[in-house]
Structure formats: C-alpha cells, structure tokens
Design a protein. Structure first.
Length: 475
C-alpha cells in the first residue's frame, strides 16, 4: 500500500546516551521514523571512558538474562563482544564461589552465563551496533531541562546546548534513560503529578577496584568470588576477580562500614588477605597492577515506583537507573536495563504509539526491576549497618530459606541450577518455590562440602607454569 504523502513523521527522544539509553533507542527505532539521543556529555568513538559513568572503573558483568535481551534487540552483539575480547563465563562451570554457606561446586552447564569485560568495551560495542542505524542520531553536549506537554501527555523536551542556547524538540515518545541523576521526579512535579513513592536502602558498602595484568592466560579462566556473611553481624568483606579483555583481571574489594577498603595502593592486597579465604590475595601476589585504586561509596539501592502512580502522562517512559539503581555488587544494572528495553519494545509492538502505551510499558519495565530489587535489598537489609529499612520477621525467615538453598546448592546440581536461573534474571523468584526445589532444600546437600576452591587440572597446570602454588586448592 502506498504511504500517504501527508503522513506526519514520528520521533522518539531518548534522554541519555548511556547503555540504557542506547538500548532504549534500539527498542523504539522500528516504531518511529527517527530517534534522537540527547547526551549531556560526548560519546567516545571506541572503548574509552565516558564522562557521567563513574562506576565504569569498577567491574561489570552482563548476566545471561541481560545478554539474551541485548541479543533480542541487537542481534550479533554478543558475538561482537566476544570478538572484541570479552569472556563468556558459564555459571557455575567457570566460577569459584565461596558463599556464606561454603564453596560451590563447578557444575557443568552452559545455559546460564556471564559476559565479562570492561564497562568501556561493553558500552562501545553496543554503541557501535546502535549508531550504525541511520534512523538513530545523537545530540552531544546537550541537556534536557524540562518536559513539554501536560500531566496528560508529554509532547517533547526543552533543551540547553553547551553554549547556553535553549530550544524545544517535539517527540511522540520521550524515554528517560539518564541514570541515577534523572530529574523525572522533578519534571513530573512540574507537570502537576505528585504522590511518587520512593525507596532508598543503603548497606554502607564501599568498593575499591584495580586492574591487573593476569599471570595466567585469561581465556576460560574462572570468575572468583569470596563473599561476606551478613549473618555474623560483623563488618562484611567481599572480593572478586573477573577476567576482562586483553589478558587482564578486574579486581574488586568490597566492605561495609568498619571494613571499608581505601584508595591506598599499598593497602589493596593486604585488604584481600582479610577476606574469608586467601585465594584472591594469593593470586594477586603474582599479578601486575596496571591502574591506581578507584573507590566508590555509591552503592545505595534506590527505586522510584512510577508504575504505582495514579496519573502517568502518555508519551513518557523511564527505564534503567532512572527507575531503579542497585548495589552494584550484585551485577544487575546492565541486565535490568536490557530487560526493560525489551519490555518497552514488546509493548510498542503490541500497541504502537497509542493511548495507554506509556503506562503499560512502565508497568512491564517494573517486572525485571522488582526481581533485581528483591535480590539486592533482600541481602543488604541484613547488614547491621543498613539504613532505610531493617529486616523484619518475614525477611529473616526468607533469609533462612535462601541460606538453606545456598547450602544445598553447594552439593546439589538441581538447586544450584534453580538459584542460577533466578540470579541471572532468566526466571522469576518463584522458581525457588517449585516443589522439587523445596524438597531438595529440605533434604540438604547430597554431596559433602568442599574444603577449598576447586581449580581444574588445566587451571592448576597454568598456575604451575606461572610458578604459582596456592595452598588449600582442591581438584
């Protein structure tokens, strides 16, 4: 059918050129004539640091739930990431995890995995995939200062360029993906919309991160995690080694108040020796530091319940950190943004740019947010230093069940698989209440506890070739 020459062109505006913003552009591009990304800073050409992403200095993982969502939006992106040096890490096959309940076994499976890379690399690959579409453009060094329209419908945005020039840009859909600093609550208030519920839960965790040259080849090298045990009531200490591109390890050391790491390079490796197991510290003595130590205290869980508002304007959607930001120790942020973008595209495919789209999309976006929120907050509220909410009787009962599951998972492939499905955001939390999982948790682990990290024969050979001997290593 011939298209009418009088048809008005349609435009979507995405606020923010972050990963969430790029994925939002990918989600809406097939449903409008053009997409304009408004970015307050500049966007680099390659895998370089981008202003406005302070967390980029700390390790990031893309959970398989998020990676699958990105692949839906941008087919071939995972392959591009791996070609650029990222690692695909099967869970828990290529993971050494010391949970509060003990060492996890390295069960063989491939359906649940992590993509590990520097945040700069991940952003650059996704950015290249999105911006090669001629329908998607970027306005760098430009800020959105207000929404246009009314409490019933948003019709565009007001812009301020770097030179102070102000202008207006009309849009059929505005997507706020501007991150933790999003001004949507203020913009909604300016439109006369009130009653927004918010949550803020802070465990007081601080991060210290450093990149090392790995002393062994990093292809197929496991992710290593030594976790704190919040049940002790003592300050928590956690650490991890994540293989990233170019033969490097991204190392993170994490502590609650009373055990927070510092940015002093001389204190980084000694801190690693205070973890519940020495494997990370022992490995770091043979690795070459490549960067200074970066520290952040921005680990608050913060959420806006947009989906609960009685009034929501048509033509506006928020996703990513603009809706909810999680303690990054759990690695949910990028994956939740990707799942939110898929939810937006699904609603657009069903409804188009019609009345009711924005509210239904906002409620759909809340789905993956709710799962990640329950996982993060369900852990953080049990630290004695937590602010914003304390654990009640129901929370403590749930923690006891999850702890029981975790203990069973150290010796049960069935339970470990169920937990991994949820932790990678591929199944809802109700998957942990299936009859088979409940029965297995009641029975407990069918295999005995491991005494230490179980490196494979090939990994032990690599360690021996590098002159590294790790005490307490099992096969």
């Amino acid at each position: 059918m011939t298209e009418s020459p009088h048809r008005m062109s349609t435009r979507a505006v995405v606020v923010g050129g972050s990963l969430a913003g790029l994925l939002a552009a990918a989600a809406v591009r097939d449903h409008v004539d053009s997409v304009e990304i408004i970015e307050a800073h500049g966007l680099p050409e390659g895998p370089e640091a981008r202003p406005g992403v302070p967390q980029a200095a700390h390790f990031h993982v893309l959970l398989s739930g998020g990676a699958n969502a990105i692949e839906e939006l941008l087919p071939g992106t995972v392959k591009e990431l791996l070609s650029a040096g990222a690692h695909r890490v099967p869970m828990t096959t290529n993971m050494l995890i010391f949970s509060p309940e003990g060492w996890y076994r390295r069960w063989r499976r491939d359906s649940h995995y992590l993509i590990t890379a520097s945040r700069d690399l991940t952003d650059s690959v996704v950015r290249r995939q999105v911006l090669k579409d001629p329908r998607v453009g970027v306005r760098p060094h430009t800020k959105v200062t207000a929404l246009l329209g009314s409490s019933r419908r948003v019709t565009g945005v007001r812009l301020r360029a770097a030179d102070g020039t102000e202008s207006e840009l009309t849009a059929d859909l505005v997507v706020d993906a501007s991150g933790k600093a999003a001004r949507t609550p203020q913009w909604l208030a300016e439109l006369g919309i009130s009653g927004l519920a918010q949550d803020r839960i802070d465990s007081g965790i601080a991060y210290a991160s450093r990149v090392y040259r790995a002393p062994v080849p990093t292809d197929n090298w496991p992710v290593i995690s030594v976790q704190a045990d919040p049940r002790t009531g003592e300050p928590g200490r956690t650490g991890g080694i994540v293989p990233i591109e170019n033969g490097r390890w991204h190392v993170g050391l994490i502590g609650t108040p009373g055990a927070q790491p510092t940015r002093e390079a001389a204190e980084f490796e000694p801190y690693a020796r205070t973890l519940r197991h020495r494997v990370i510290a022992d490995l770091l003595t043979h690795a070459e530091p490549l960067t200074d130590v970066a520290v952040t205290h921005s680990t608050v869980n913060r959420r806006h319940y947009y989906e609960r508002l009685k009034s929501w304007p048509e033509g506006l959607v928020a996703l990513g950190d603009s809706v909810a930001a999680f303690n990054p120790v759990y690695g949910h942020g990028m994956s939740v943004a990707a799942l939110g973008a898929v939810a937006l595209r699904t609603q657009l495919s069903a409804l188009g740019l019609t009345n009711g789209l924005s509210r239904k999309a906002q409620r759909a976006i809340a789905g993956p947010v709710e799962l990640a929120w329950s996982l993060a907050v369900g852990q953080d509220i049990h630290y004695a230093t937590a602010e914003g909410r304390t654990a009640n009787t129901a929370d403590r009962l749930l923690q006891r069940y999850v702890s029981r599951l975790s203990r069973t998972a150290t010796g049960s492939h069935h339970v470990a698989t169920a937990m991994t499905e949820v932790l990678t955001l591929q199944s809802p939390g109700t998957a942990l209440l299936r009859p088979g999982v409940l029965a297995a948790a009641l029975m407990g682990p069918p295999r005995p506890r491991l005494d230490g990290p179980s490196f494979t024969g090939g990994e032990r050979r690599l360690l021996a070739e590098a002159g590294i001997r790790l005490p307490g290593v099992t096969g």
